[in-house]
Structure formats: structure tokens, C-alpha cells
Design a protein. Sequence first.
Length: 510
Amino acid sequence: MAPTVRSNPLRDPRDRRLPRLPDASALVVFGATGDLARKKLIPAVYDLFNRGLLPPGFVLLGFARRDWSDGDFADFARESAEKGARTPFREEVWDRLAGSVRFLQGSFDDDAAFDRLASTLEDLERSHGIGGNAAFYLSIQPSAFPVVLKQMQRTGLSSAANSGGWRRVVIEKPFGHDLASARDLNALVDDVFTPSGVYRIDHYLGKETVQNLFALRFANNLYEPIWNSQFVDSVQITMAEDVGIGTRAGFYDETGAARDVLQNHLLQLLALTAMEEPVSFGPETIRTEKLKVLRAVSLPADLARFAVRGQYEQGWLAGERVPGYLDEKDIPPDSRTETFAAVRLGIETRRWAGVPFYLRTGKRLPRRVTEIAIVFKKAPHLPFDQTDTAELGNNQLVIRVQPDEGVTLKFGSKVPGSAMEVRDVAMDFLFGEAFTEASPEAYERLILDVLLGDATLFPNNAEVEESWRIIDPLEEYWASTTPHRYRAGSWGPAAADEMLAADGRRWRRP
């Protein structure tokens, strides 16, 4: 069913874009009292409502174990919105939204609770006119996915035919912990929901700068002729975090950096960087081109040299002494879980054959940054003395995903003066300076797309399984090794620098 476009009195008059307004519907959040809901989901819902992008018949329905009333959850949601919303908190907006906030208490193995959920959605159809439309957000531990999905299947909550509207499910990463478990999860999800109703969310794909890759490559004629192995020397994709594991010890120690970030965020960024131009800007065509890239990814033959993992030790960050990973609360003293992972990948296509793609991610690194650096080959001939170009490096095009979202172009320029001296300079484009409108948070865009039925920015089954095909051999190799140590506040273990040095390259320092 196509979304209905309506005018909305809450719409920000400064937003001149035509609204994409979904049908009246309910967003059911399982794990509605957890950190993800508090920090991201509820603030995103408020921001969408504040911008006039949710329909008058929208309902936010929380489901969790706490013995709360609708009022208790509304108070929790209000506090979450006030603290976490991107747009200004407006009392009159909250009053309207609060009238459509509901809560159901129950555990995931409680049949009676899911029966109440089914009857509550029927009641909301009468009171709010949601038309049988509901999206179910699984903001829960992956181990709970099967029981919740089976409960929805038992009660008919997942059936669009029963509801008379649409039913969709949003699944947070990780999508399994290896290829076999991902296939099992995909089979279960597809047994409960139709494939078109499944949205596997990778919040990085909702970031404006990631989506700007499409515009940068395919809306301009400047880059496409040089976006290939003839001109590109290498590609570096980095996601660095200055924080430790926080309160995620149990999850993180079972997962590690490769499964937590490399398998999803970084491989998705790689696919978007290397994909061919789609025939149209639609879900299936974009997914098809990304899938071609993932299927063409090759691992290095020498994993000992070109696949590095590390674990941070105590050190200094921002003038503060921070503990090592093994000293973090609830981490086993003999843990071999990696907090840093780096690997060199190849893409065996005509466009990219011979170009190394270096991926790295880590915690307790000097600063928080995510970027894609396209490093170009040096000019084949320089008509200058060697001393004139001693400070000239490779041209680079750097897409900064976060923070300081924007694009940097690094190139050589003559230094003013009587001598011929060429050194690197940079031109910067900043989203915050070029546009008066602030970029929406990733969860705003992705939640809206779910309600609209737009799956463009969501990986499908095949992408998830191909990603695990790439990661599983790394995990199998690393299982028999001990991670390298690196000091908190450094850029990772020395072995990661040696990995690029073996190719005659070095990491870019963001």
C-alpha cells in the first residue's frame, strides 16, 4: 500500500522538502526500557513527530518486563526525548505524542502477554485507526530473537493477512555470530514474516554522509573516470572509538571487534564505496550492486601478516588514565577477545583488481572517527626536483562519516614564494556549514523508512550471509592466536602498521 501524504500542523515550516508521511501505524518496541530505546529510538520518534513526519494515527507501544503503567512509560519516554532529542523539545508537541504512548508488561516467554499485545493492537485499530499496520522493533539480545519471533507467529501478530494492513519486523545486529547461525536466523525470520517485511538495521547506513556516497559518485562526472584501479592506489576504511566497552562486557566479550563492527558496518561501507552504478535508486537495484561487491571480496593468502587483531592495555586518553580490557568489569582475566581488528581485502572485479582495501576498527584509540579514504596513485612523472616535492604525498579523497561530517580533498599545491616548492593542502566540505538544516540522526531516517516500507538502506539475507562468508575464515584463524597488545590512546598494535608497511604504505592518521 502506497504511503498517504498529508499536511501536518506540527511540521517545521523551515523544512521545505515534501514530507514522506507513512500510513497510520503502531511502532512496537520490544525491550522498550533498555539503553537503545532510551538513547536512540525514543528520541528519534520524538524528532520525527516534532518535524511533522509521523501521521496523526501513530502509536508508540513499549513492551518490557518492568511492571509499569502507560503513565510510567510515558514519563520514561519524555525524559528520554528531553535528554536525547536532536530537535528542540516542545511541550505542545510532547503533549500530542504522549496521548499515543502505550505500554505492555510481559516477558518474552509469556504467552498471555503476547495475547494481550495482539488484542491491544486490535483496540488501537479502533481507537487510533492504525488500519492493522504495525512495525515490531526487536531492541533485545539476539538470543531472544527466536522466542519473540515464534510468539508473534503463534499469535498471528506477524501476519499481514490477519491484520488487514502491513506487518514489519526490525532486527538489530548482530545477525547471528557466524554464517551457520545467520542462515538459521534468516530461515526463522522468513518463516514468520514475508521477506519484504524484514528490515535488518545497520544504523551506519542511515547516516547522511554514508548516503552522500551515492551523490558524490553518481551525481557528479568528476570522480567516476578515476574511481578504479588505474588511478586508485588503495582504500582505507576506519572506524575508531575512544571509549572502552562501557556496560557491554557480556555482549562484547562474546562478540569482539570483528563481529561487532567489521562484519556489518565496515563491509557495508566497503560495498557502497566499490559498487557499480545502480540502474535506479531503489532497494533491489542497490542491494544487487552491493551483493556483487561482497561476492567478489577475497581474503589475503597470508592471514598471519595481513589480518591483525589486538586488545587494549591500560593507558592515557584525554589526560585520564584508563584501564586495560582485562581490567574492565566482568571481563575474564584470560579473555582473548579482540578490541581491535584490521585486515587487507581485495575485490576481484575489473574495476578493483589489484587495489587493496584496508579495514580497521578499534576501541580506546586516540579519537572517535569513521572515515573512508580513497588514496590515489602518485603522478607517473613529476617535472620538479625531488627536493621541491619532498612534502608531497598521495592525492586523497576522504569521506568523513563521523564526527565533523563532510568530505576532504587532499592535493598538491605550490607554496607561495620565489622557490618551486609543492606540498599537500586540503579543501574541506562540511555538512554543518554548507546546509542550514541539521542532518537527521540515523535512527530517524531508518525508523521513517521502515514505516514507509522503503528497504533501500537495509541489508538483505544474501548480504548478511556473504559478510559472514568473509569474516568466518578470519575468526577461525584468530581462534588459535593471541591478540597483540596495544596501549590505550594509541592507534592500535604495531602489527597493524607493519601490515601496511609490508605493502609499502602506511595508515592515514585521521
